[in-house]
Design a binder for this molecule. Sequence first.
Ligand code: ASP
Length: 311
Amino acid sequence: MTYPRKHLLAIEGLEPPHIADLLDLAESYALLNRSGKTQRDLLKGRTLINLFFEDSTRTRTSFELAGKRLGADVINMSVSTSSVNKGETLLDTASTLNAMHCDLLVVRHGQSGAPSLLSQKVDAAVINAGDGTHEHPTQALLDALTIRRHKGRLEGLVVAICGDIAHSRVARSNMHLLTTMGSRVRVVGPPTLIPAEAARLGVEVFHDMKAGLAGADVVMMLRLQRERMSGGMVPSAREFFRFYGLDAEKLAHAKPDSIVMHPGPMNRGVEIDSAIADHPTRSVIGEQVEMGVACRMAVLDMLARGLRRNV
Ligand code: ASP
């Protein structure tokens, strides 16, 4: 197994063998989870702290489940940043966590770079559970695992990531992971929601859904992240849906066996039609959640191997 780092802060910088090893390990956890058997003592005696400065449903609960399935002591800390200086909070929190002898620290924060800053101050191995508009590495891993299970590979697939790319840490992590693994990535959305760096990341840019979806193997829809928008970057929800919402008519341009993904939470009727989100064969949104637990188990396992060397 090759994983060269103490922390998982980003997908950017990981090489194909690191990603492939994490996905293979996650696949074995996916099978184990389905069989009902789990390795309950791998993280016995280890403390995992979930430190969430932003709301989360899937990510926080799946890290909690992953930690518990591997036998860790799991503590959830939700922190409100509304009235305090974020920099100060982070540093104070770091010393508290060190005093608690936390081994694995899962961090979500509204500011890009916060998990990286914490990783320089805490003794624990840090996992980025989403930082601002920067990265959400475990989401990209679970997306890749879901795609690989359906398509058998990542290399050569056409993946269309659609909607609010500019504010999406999910899109950014996916662009890094999928291009590193040889997929052909397209981003599709209005010019105001496509970041300038898209071209540098080696992805193709489309402003028209039908053209962007033509021949796609995978269609990944994203939420409009209004909380991160500074002004009127998009028209009304209804107009957005007309041009960029995924419905049967637009999906017909993708390959007939293409799969539809969404990281959640979904805005039904804004970026995706309910009939597509709940489609029995095309939508793999439920499986993404299932693979989230397996991927987080794999990441905790991999990072704990590094910790064991330090014991
Ligand atoms: N849950 C994902 C994230 O935390 C996507 C979203 O919020 O739209 O980035």
